[in-house]
Design a protein around this ligand. Sequence first.
Ligand SMILES: [Zn+2]
Ligand SMILES: [Zn+2]
Length: 351
Amino acid sequence: MVTNADLAEALFQLAESHPAGDLRLALLRTAYAVFDHPRELADARRLPEAAALEVMPALAMLRSCRTPDALWAAAHRLAGPNRLRASPARQGFLTAAEARAAIASGTGLDHRQLRGAAHWHTRASDGAGTLEAMARACARRGAAWGVVTDHTRGLACVNGLDAEGVAMQGAAVRAWNHRHGDDLWLLHGLEAEILEDGTLDLPRRARSGVLLVAAVHTGLADRRDQTGRLLRAIEEPGVWALAHPRGRLFARRSGVRANWEVVFGGAAAAGVLIEINGFPRRQDLDPALVTVALERGCSFLLASDAHHPRHLAFEETAVALAARAGVSARAIVNFAPLDHIAAARPDLDLP
Ligand SMILES: [Zn+2]
Ligand SMILES: [Zn+2]
């Protein structure tokens, strides 16, 4: 069978085989429509609505291929002046159909049993929703606890929180818990920036009572090994999780290079969680690296990295990545009750 992953990859390569212009754009749009389609098209009656009209005949022809060999033979016939080429920045991502199948495969990870909705943003940094709107959306999804993690000021590209903003958000979190804590308990977190030397952009005195997810957003195109930078960040006081460890983006960049066995070994020793970020264009970590982290003894945080209430569902992609790697619910903090976090972090304001 030709899967959506095969079809989408053929369409991406076809797009890149054509010079910049309408045809290339139409092929790209169609490639993304196939990649994001929730069902395998080989079994579907209709082609995705988001596919570009002018590319429909080519898509129908590619979809009718019975085997990957036949698909690639057809792709070569349709190719433009440039050679068809795979890109490492597209490898190790699940299509929406694969993510759905991984969740349905009965691995013991049931996203309906998630208790904690972690790593999401509000209008206080670069999110679209208020704290209340995001918290209500977490509660509607069935979460018992949630961790807001807006960006800190050090991240130059977004509107991060300064010390005053952090204090104001802390007060808003306490006010929510006072009124709605029985439905959903909010934990105050921050997404801190890992600087070039591996230290964080947040002074130590500002870290107490806050769940820090530490993330790399700079130097992502640097081809040098960044193991030392990540190890230093893991050792920083107050770090709860290493967020989107690679910093990769689908079809754009493969992210940082590091000796991941060493990084994950360091995280396991320091009791720092390894995040599996389910934002579909991130999928960071991929199942192969999740397996390495699991072998090094790591525990995991599943993140939606939501910037809008609708994005909270991206935690399901994180569940799919964990399921593909064979992680059990016991190794994932989001499946645990709030007391589990309380035991590890006496500095937090918990019920
Ligand atoms: Zn981030
Ligand atoms: Zn984030």
